[in-house]
Design a protein around this ligand. Structure first.
Ligand SMILES: Nc1ncnc2c1ncn2[C@@H]1O[C@H](COP(=O)(O)OP(=O)(O)O)[C@@H](O)[C@H]1O
Ligand SMILES: [Mg+2]
Length: 220
């Protein structure tokens, strides 16, 4: 992405949450974005994840110019190529682990039988085979986040966007999530991690820092 700006209006005023941000994430890379609260990290992730559009600047996802894509095409790319993990897990309380993991697969017209097979495989990959019929409320925070990782990887996306995935976790569970992300990267996935934890950032190949919407490469 090049010269991305995202402006928010608050009352009569507006300010740049992202100010001329240029960033390239290569296939297979593990990139980390750090920065204090309110610096623009989630705004950046939402644009990278095609959940939001910039006010100016250009963003190419693979070879596609995102500004030329319809909502339908954006949705399709998001669903097939990007897996999201959020700080607050974002699991649906009424569904069990397997149902949560399978839900995004439903939008892709995959048969029930195959959805269940993919969902079970993803939960197996995060070592939760023994908890597939537990509801989120019956799981620890670390386990809930592992379900969210399983949901993100079930559809075999190429890019994983994780916005402070360890923000609500104790250090042991954080370590498990970081190991998962790191292994996913080693298996070929592109990973973009947002964190303000230095130890977690150390897993990345490249570290960027955002300060008041301005990005810079960080020396580690
Ligand atoms: N929808 C919005 N409307 C107005 N201001 C927003 C909106 N979303 C975020 N902001 C503001 O933009 C800045 C960057 O927010 P965000 O990207 O969420 O920061 P971070 O994830 O680094 O904590 C903050 O000052 C925040 O208050
Ligand atoms: Mg944020």
């Amino acid at each position: 992405m090049t010269d991305i700006c995202r402006r928010y209006s608050v009352g009569k005023n507006s300010f740049f949450a992202l100010d001329n941000v240029s960033l390239t994430v290569n296939k297979g890379e593990f990139v980390c974005v750090t920065g204090s609260s309110g610096s623009g990290k989630s705004t950046l992730m939402n644009i990278l994840g095609l959940l939001d559009t910039p006010d100016s600047g250009s963003y190419f996802f693979e070879e596609l110019n995102v500004s030329e894509l319809s909502d339908r095409e954006l949705c399709r790319i998001r669903n097939r190529k990007i897996g999201f993990v959020f700080q607050s897990f974002n699991l649906i309380p009424g569904l069990d682990a397997l149902e949560n993991v399978c839900l995004p697969l439903e939008y892709r017209g995959i048969s029930l039988k195959e959805r269940i097979a993919l969902g079970k495989a993803a939960l197996d990959a995060v070592e939760l085979s023994h908890r597939i019929h537990h509801k989120p409320s019956e799981l620890s925070g670390g386990q809930q986040q592992r379900v969210a990782v399983a949901r993100a990887i079930a559809s075999a996306p190429e890019l994983i966007l994780a916005d402070e995935p360890c923000g609500n976790l104790d250090s042991r569970s954080s370590g498990e999530i970081m190991k998962l992300l790191s292994n996913l990267n080693k298996s070929g996935k592109t990973v973009l991690l947002i964190t303000h934890d230095k130890e977690d950032a150390a897993y990345a190949d490249t570290i960027y820092r955002i300060t008041d919407g301005v990005i810079s490469k960080s020396e580690n």
